[in-house]
Design a protein around this ligand. Structure first.
Ligand code: TXA
Ligand code: MG
Length: 358
């Protein structure tokens, strides 16, 4: 199948003709990748079981891993969810449209193919204008996971989607670089006490400010703890670059020294080495490739560049990658969640003299 790329915008507004055509493709049961403010999504008609099957196939994704249903208007909610809890209403007023996904009890209108067999459904209303127009043009309900091949870093540019899905889908809408670059925050509102299933751009603190107590799914950082995550997708290895990634923690000077030691040792073995650093530290590293995620004080910038940097390391053939920790105040939890999982939990404590590479 030939994969076309079309501009989603013309003259700064969603291109009507392109969006209408993309909507027709989705209504006919085919797939279209499209921009959202978080990351690019791979969209199909959420109410058509055949479309959801195609999404799993195109991504190479296990079919027990449910899809998020994207809507453009709150009026679309009652058709797909059994009830709208008061706390969900408060959060939707505060954060929709935007990078928040909420889990509800689903109605029979949502096929079990879309929800990976669960009787709940994840719903998000994206803010990106082309996404909203596309949802309306497609009949109101687009099921969309992130548009990467399963296990790879999410896509924050149309070119990333092309890299992963070329020949597998008919159309990619190019909306430029994702404004946020990290996936949405996921909160489950089906129980008495809401549960954070995936940290994202909207922090847990700002959610608690609106609705009080919210717990964290204990398996939020993946399955290492032995717990079964409530968001099935969190149990899979994810975001992984092709090179082996190590997350190096500790005091700044120790981290620099440890990364330089590890990098030298790997270089001596003939491996191509890479470091993910910040503007403040990048000049202190010796490796084949040093990439800064931006100033350590600019957390939006770090979040925005992370997936793109992991993909850059792949395209430049890094064999081993060392990353600093980015424990920033608001987005640190989400950034570290992605990095820990991209590293497959390979963490090194640079403050510990005796810690050897795991
Ligand atoms: O920002 C985002 O959320 C992006 C854009 C495209 O909207 N989408 C995205 O989708 O990140 P995906 O499929 O890559 O991640 C969705 C996560 C998965 O971990 C999945 O298991 C979980 O949401 N999920 C979906 N439906 C669920 C449900 N009913 N219950 C629990 N977890 C669910
Ligand atoms: Mg994903």
């Amino acid at each position: 199948m030939e994969t076309r790329i079309e501009n989603a915008y013309s003259g700064g507004v969603p291109d009507k003709k392109v969006i209408l055509e993309a909507g027709r493709i989705i209504r006919e049961g085919e797939l279209v990748a499209f921009p959202t403010e978080t990351v690019y999504g791979l969209g199909g008609d959420a109410l058509n079981p055949g479309s959801s099957k195609k999404i799993y196939e195109a991504k190479g994704r296990p079919s027990d891993n449910p899809l998020i249903v994207h809507i453009a208007d709150t009026e679309a909610l009652p058709l797909i969810v059994k009830a709208i809890p008061e706390k969900a209403r408060i959060l939707s007023e505060a954060f929709w449209p935007g990078p928040l996904t909420m889990i509800f009890e689903k109605t029979d209108r949502v096929p079990s193919e879309t929800t990976g067999g669960l009787n709940t459904v994840a719903v998000r209303m994206p803010e990106n204008r082309a996404a909203a127009e596309l949802i309306r043009a497609s009949g109101g309900y687009i099921a969309a996971p992130s548009a990467n091949r399963s296990g790879r870093p999410s896509c924050t540019k149309a070119s990333h989607v092309y890299e992963d899905l070329k020949g597998r889908i008919p159309l990619i809408l190019d909306g430029g670089d994702s404004v946020i670059g990290l996936e949405s925050t996921i909160v489950d509102l089906t129980g008495e006490i809401p549960v954070l299933l995936r940290p994202g751009y909207i922090s847990l603190a700002s959610i608690r400010e609106r609705i009080g107590e919210v717990t964290r799914d204990p398996a939020v950082n993946g399955s290492e703890s032995g717990e079964r995550p409530k968001a099935p997708g969190m149990k899979y290895r994810h975001y992984a670059p092709k090179g082996e990634l190590f997350l190096v923690k500790g005091k700044c000077d120790n981290v620099i020294k440890r990364i330089n030691d590890m990098s030298k040792e790997a270089g001596d073995r003939g491996l191509k080495t890479a470091v993910i650093a910040s503007d403040e530290t990048k000049d202190a590293y010796r490796a084949d490739m040093v990439v800064s995620a931006g100033s350590g004080k600019n957390e939006d910038g770090i979040a925005n560049r992370l997936f793109s940097i992991l993909r850059q390391m792949d395209s430049e053939g890094a064999d081993v990658i060392y990353s600093e920790e980015f424990n920033t105040p608001v987005l640190g939890e989400a950034i570290m969640n992605r990095l820990i999982r991209a590293a497959g939990h390979k963490e090194v404590n640079a403050d510990d003299e005796d810690s050897h590479r795991k």
